[in-house]
Design a binder for this molecule. Structure first.
Ligand SMILES: [Zn+2]
Length: 86
């Protein structure tokens, strides 16, 4: 199984969930994320390229910026397919 990439988010209709240790969180539309980072980019590579505009933390310093699929959108998609959650 290959590592997830941004085009998977577009296919799933899931936003990119970017959060920083300082508490800043941004939900980016997957189509916008592909425009910015490229469709075949993995999440670790996205983290490497992020800089928090609130506290200045750089993702490549490995100090607490994470980029991952939005879990709320994941559950919303599952509900849409008839899966119960919780
Ligand atoms: Zn921050």
């Amino acid at each position: 199984m290959r590592a997830p990439i941004l085009s998977d988010l577009v296919a799933a209709g899931q936003r990119l969930d970017i959060s920083c240790g300082c508490g800043r969180r941004v939900l980016m539309d997957p189509v916008e994320a592909v425009k910015k980072f490229g469709s075949r980019t993995g999440f670790a590579d996205i983290e490497d390229r992020l800089v928090c505009s609130a506290c200045g933390t750089r993702g490549r310093d490995r100090r607490g910026i994470s980029a991952r699929p939005c879990i709320e959108d994941h559950y919303a998609g599952m509900r849409g397919k008839g899966w119960g959650v919780g």
